[in-house]
Design a protein around this ligand. Structure first.
Ligand code: NAD
Length: 413
């Protein structure tokens, strides 16, 4: 099942609990428009390579399209469409004034020099510039894109249009119009949601162990914040080179310094090397996938021992695996809620850029906590009331909101 088929299945699984007209569900099953671009990139040695990229607009019933841009060799049109569909659901879950969008380039950025990455980023920003803007579509970072890439994107857009428009992209460096608290927002939001789950299960304050897949923006901050905010011990963590394990816990700061020296978590002193596959099946309380989609499948789900899966990555669990985990009594906190902190603080950045009124970090944290705690409790109530999985409940709540707006606006022309 590819990610887009996963999305369709997830919508189907929520439909029986919704009282909405089937035609609106049908509309949600397709992206509104998808732009495919070819970007000629001049390499440092003078050769020109043409790379493919996309930007998908899934649905904008609740506001402009919103979603990240991914640089990864496995990016495809279908993946970008699926990720944009999940953004529609996520923005509605977090009650943001946005629809869903997503973009990506099929490229291995690790093969590019900083100069090549800048030229590629500016080429992409130019190619999609007529398809986006502050009130149309607001891209942000995703896998292998970061605040520096956002700064190149904004600069390119502003030069094309000859005006300052800071809110046309979010996830910018704070020095270039970004918001305080955006860097760790996805993981911080995940920790606020996890805190509420632990409260429901009477586990708050208990000694808990977790394993994290991914040590990038989301996985790295998840490690740091799980320890500092919730006192959870991180016993295993991985990246694309493999994972490391220490049952007594792994220090975030030492691991980060090891990764910045060596380029990977692999070989971190005092730990045992494990594979990404082994990490998923460790005997821990909480499993946090924070890298790529489709990593929990019907093959490994029967062996998962964690009692909570916090989906900080997008789409890490296939629908078959979701059912297996549910039958085993494992609580899966779905991506559309667990990782909604990133887009929520992106929304705060968008507001700050539009008003010129910049907020303190404490205020950003407080607003983020409020928004996600409210979303969590509404979803939990739907889940308990209908005896369904949290993902189904999140989709019920999100789709009800989206379709309520679509119904008022009507189908036109
Ligand atoms: P990132 O580029 O900062 O980090 C990605 C991490 O995944 C790296 O540690 C990399 O080594 C690891 N990785 C890559 N391929 C892997 C593989 N095959 N096996 C194991 N690990 C692998 O990206 P990120 O921003 O941290 O995004 C991670 C996930 O979180 C993605 O699913 C993304 O869509 C999702 N997400 C990100 C944000 C955000 O604000 N950045 C928001 C919501 C969701």
């Amino acid at each position: 099942m590819n990610p887009y088929e996963m999305f369709l299945k997830q919508v189907d699984e929520a439909t029986p609990y919704l009282s909405v007209e089937p035609e609106y569900i049908e509309i949600l099953k397709f992206p509104k428009e998808v732009l495919e671009v070819s970007i000629p990139l001049r390499l440092d040695d003078g050769e020109v390579k043409v790379l493919k990229g996309w930007r998908s607009h899934h649905n904008n019933a609740l506001g402009p399209y919103k979603g990240g841009v991914r640089y990864h060799p496995n990016v495809t049109r279908e993946e970008v469409i699926a990720l944009s569909s999940w953004m529609t659901i996520k923005c509605a879950t977090a009650q943001l004034p946005y629809g869903g969008g997503k973009g990506g380039i099929s490229v291995n950025v690790r093969d590019l020099s900083p100069g090549e990455t800048e030229r590629l980023s500016r080429g992409y920003a130019l190619a999609i510039s007529r398809f986006m803007g502050t009130d149309i579509d607001i891209p942000a970072p995703d896998v292998y894109t970061n605040p520096q890439v956002m700064a190149w994107f904004v600069d390119t857009y502003e030069k094309i249009h000859g005006r300052s428009e800071p809110s046309c992209y979010t996830g910018k460096p704070v020095e270039a119009g970004g918001s305080l608290g955006r860097g760790d927002a996805t993981s911080r939001g995940g920790m606020y949601v996890l805190r509420e789950v632990l409260k429901q299960k009477g586990l708050i304050g208990k000694e808990l162990k977790a394993a994290v897949q991914g040590f990038g923006n989301v996985g790295g901050f998840a490690h740091k914040l799980a320890v500092s905010e919730l006192g959870i011990k991180i016993v295993a963590i991985s990246d694309s080179h493999g994972g490391v394990y220490n049952p007594n816990g792994i220090d975030y700061y030492e691991l980060r310094s090891h990764k910045s020296k060596t380029g990977s978590v692999a070989g971190f002193p005092g730990t045992e090397m494990i594979t990404n596959e082994e990490l998923m099946e460790l005997d821990v309380d909480i499993l946090i996938p924070a890298a790529l989609e489709g990593v929990i499948t019907d093959k490994n789900a029967p062996n998962i021992k964690a009692s909570i899966v916090l989906e900080l990555a997008n789409g890490p669990t296939t629908p078959e695996a979701d059912l297996i985990l549910s039958e085993k009594g494992i609580e899966v906190v779905p991506d559309v809620l667990a990782n909604a902190g990133g887009v929520t603080v992106s929304c705060f950045e968008w507001i700050q850029g539009r008003t010129g009124d910049y907020w303190t970090e404490e205020y950003v944290h407080q607003k983020l906590d409020e928004k996600l705690t409210i979303a969590f409790h509404e979803i939990w109530k739907i889940k308990e009331g209908n005896r369904i999985r949290m993902r189904q409940a999140a989709y019920v709540r999100a789709i009800s909101r989206i379709i309520a707006a679509m119904r008022f606006k009507g189908i036109w022309p």
